[in-house]
Design a protein around this ligand. Structure first.
Ligand code: MN
Ligand code: MN
Length: 298
């Protein structure tokens, strides 16, 4: 990364951090999830960023990838465990960050488990450390608090216009030999649960990524695909398309694009034992003797 790219990465992190805190302030009893998500995405643009992926609010046993359609009536309840995951980019350099809110405080210990795991992991980041070591710290911190880490979700490297690159940053101890190196850009995201510690896909995908550019037969789908290509391979959501093209046309196009293999759907991820899940996430760059956490509010 050159100096300009580093500045872009830092700026994206600060936008994501501001938007995360703004989003947190909108999570109040009775608020509509889709309204919060719309406001968060508007704020990213206002602050001079691009949307790295659709803002997501996943509640209770849903660990990740829940993104409202336009007509989603889901509202925030005070007992909900609400994960807010946001991403902003500047010239393709990404800040990816998440927090969890539980308004009535009943799951305070669960939230504390994923937050402490993130903080402990961040303290250990420096060149030469094996990614499995970081996973071990996350696992131990969450286990000590009496919960399970979600073992089949992990953090990841951050590339230009790429949200998930190597290295994989596991949330459990794994014999992975890859080591952190100076200059690596990474997101760490521990998930803690009172369930089994495993997620599976559940429900309809509303988040998609373009993965191919095969020719399309129908003019209607071609038109929608033009729009999708403008996202530069970054994930997008159904709601963005229905606002522009309407419900019917969007559904038709997404189905055809899925069928030809031009897009991939990221379905909601649900804890297998319906356990409640919390998540905390920061993005960082590895430095000579530690790291700079770009999504920590300056
Ligand atoms: Mn995230
Ligand atoms: Mn992430």
């Amino acid at each position: 990364m050159d100096e300009q790219e580093l500045q872009d990465f830092k700026k994206a992190g600060q936008i994501a951090a501001q938007v995360r805190e703004y989003g947190k302030s909108l999570i109040v009893e009775g608020a509509k999830v889709v309204d919060i998500l719309d406001k968060i995405e508007e704020k990213i643009i206002q602050l001079g960023g691009g949307i790295a992926f659709p803002a997501q609010i996943s509640i209770n046993q849903i660990a990740a990838h829940y993104c409202s359609t336009e007509n989603d009536e889901t509202i925030i309840k005070k007992q909900d465990v609400v994960k807010l995951d946001v991403g902003a980019h500047v010239n393709g350099f990404i800040g990816d960050t998440a927090l969890t809110v539980n308004l009535d405080g009943k799951y305070k210990d669960l939230l504390d488990a994923s937050e402490s795991a993130l903080n402990e992991a961040l303290k250990k980041i420096k060149p030469g450390v094996c990614v499995g070591e970081i996973g071990k710290i996350i696992q131990e911190t969450i286990s000590k608090k009496g919960f399970q880490p979600v073992k089949n979700l992990s953090g990841h490297g951050l590339g230009k216009f790429q949200i998930h690159t190597s290295p994989t940053m596991p949330n459990i101890e794994l014999k992975l030999s890859s080591k952190l190196k100076e200059g690596m850009t990474v997101a760490i995201e521990p998930f803690a649960t009172n369930g089994q510690g495993k997620i599976q896909e559940g429900g309809m995908a509303t988040v998609f990524s373009q993965i191919n550019e095969k020719p399309i037969r129908s003019p209607m789908t071609r038109e929608v695909f033009q729009k999708i290509k403008s996202y530069n391979g970054l994930p997008f959501t159904t709601r963005w398309l229905t606002k522009e093209f309407g419900e019917g046309k969007t559904r038709f196009a997404l189905n055809e694009l899925l069928k030809v293999g031009n897009i991939y759907g990221h379905a909601p991820l649900v804890e297998v034992k319906k356990g409640i899940v919390s998540q905390h996430e920061h993005s960082l760059i590895v430095t000579k003797d530690g790291c700079i956490i770009t999504t920590k509010l300056n």
